[in-house]
Ligand binder design. Structure first.
Ligand code: SF4
Length: 274
């Protein structure tokens, strides 16, 4: 500090005023400096606070994003698991389908093989000649027509068999079943069937039954036989001459005829049952 020499009161006054002005100026500067420092501190604090707030926001935003990413990842993993399960289930279904298809094909092949085998067997059977066909070749027409079984009334047998076959109408009857009913051997039965056919009473239809050839016997013509009327009461009736459908004596009111018809019916039914 420089010491100044005061020479007069006016100078002193001036000096004092200058000192005072300087002091005021310094004070002002000091105040301004303090204010600036304080402002700087406030600004710094504000800037730091802002920085912190921004950082916090960023951190929170990042946290949210990370959380979202984690949720999305979790969802993706869950979806992956579901897809995997679905794929496995589909694989199983496909496997089952493939197995079923394989089985179906195997079944189809087996069925085709069986069918072929059956067809081959059928052809083989068709190629075989029947006993009746051989008989037809070996025997003459007369031999067939005159066929007779020992101690048997052939006319009666022919009529009986024809009537039996007629009772089956258009369905016919298999010859082996008929021979069994009549207790005839298949040798005699086959000859009898040929005889009936030659007589024009029946027709024979060659059919494959249970893998074997046989004949279905069908009625062609029912023979008129006197056997059916041999016990008729009219043959020995004393009033036969007076009997007519519109007269006093008539078959409509005749008890003999009624009894005879009932008896015949019973006999016929008994034969059919046997
Ligand atoms: S229907 Fe009777 S009454 Fe007439 S002829 Fe025959 S048995 Fe005799």
């Amino acid at each position: 500090m420089v010491k100044k020499e005061i020479t007069s009161p006016a100078k002193l006054k001036k000096e004092l005023e200058e000192a005072k002005a300087e002091l005021v100026s310094r004070n002002k500067k000091l105040k301004l400096s303090v204010k600036t420092e304080a402002k700087k501190k406030v600004d710094k604090k504000k800037a730091e606070a802002k920085k912190k707030a921004v950082a916090k926001k960023k951190a929170e935003a990042k946290k949210k994003v990370d959380k979202k990413k984690a949720v999305a990842k979790k969802k993706a993993e869950a979806k992956k698991k579901v897809d995997k399960k679905k794929a496995e289930a589909k694989k199983k279904v496909d496997k089952k389908k493939a197995e079923a298809k394989k089985k179906e094909e195997a079944k189809k092949k087996a069925e085709e093989a069986k069918k072929k085998e059956e067809e081959a067997k059928k052809k083989e059977e068709e190629a075989k000649r029947t006993y009746e066909e051989e008989l037809e070749e070996q025997l003459t027409e007369d031999e067939i027509k005159n066929f007779a079984i020992d101690k048997t009334d052939m006319d009666k047998l022919v009529n009986r068999v024809t009537e039996m076959i007629a009772s089956y109408a258009t369905n016919g009857i298999l010859q082996n079943i008929l021979w069994r009913k009549l207790k005839l051997s298949s040798r005699d039965g086959s000859r009898l069937a040929l005889k009936l056919e030659k007589l024009g009473n029946i027709t024979r239809e060659k059919i494959l039954e249970n893998g074997r050839w046989t004949y279905l016997l069908l009625i062609k013509k029912i023979p008129i036989s006197t056997i059916s009327i041999e016990n008729a009461p009219c043959l020995v009736c004393p009033v036969e001459g007076k009997c007519s459908t519109d007269g006093e004596i008539s078959p409509k009111t005749c008890v003999y005829i009624e009894d005879w018809v009932l008896t015949e019916l019973k006999t016929k039914k008994r034969h059919e049952t046997n």
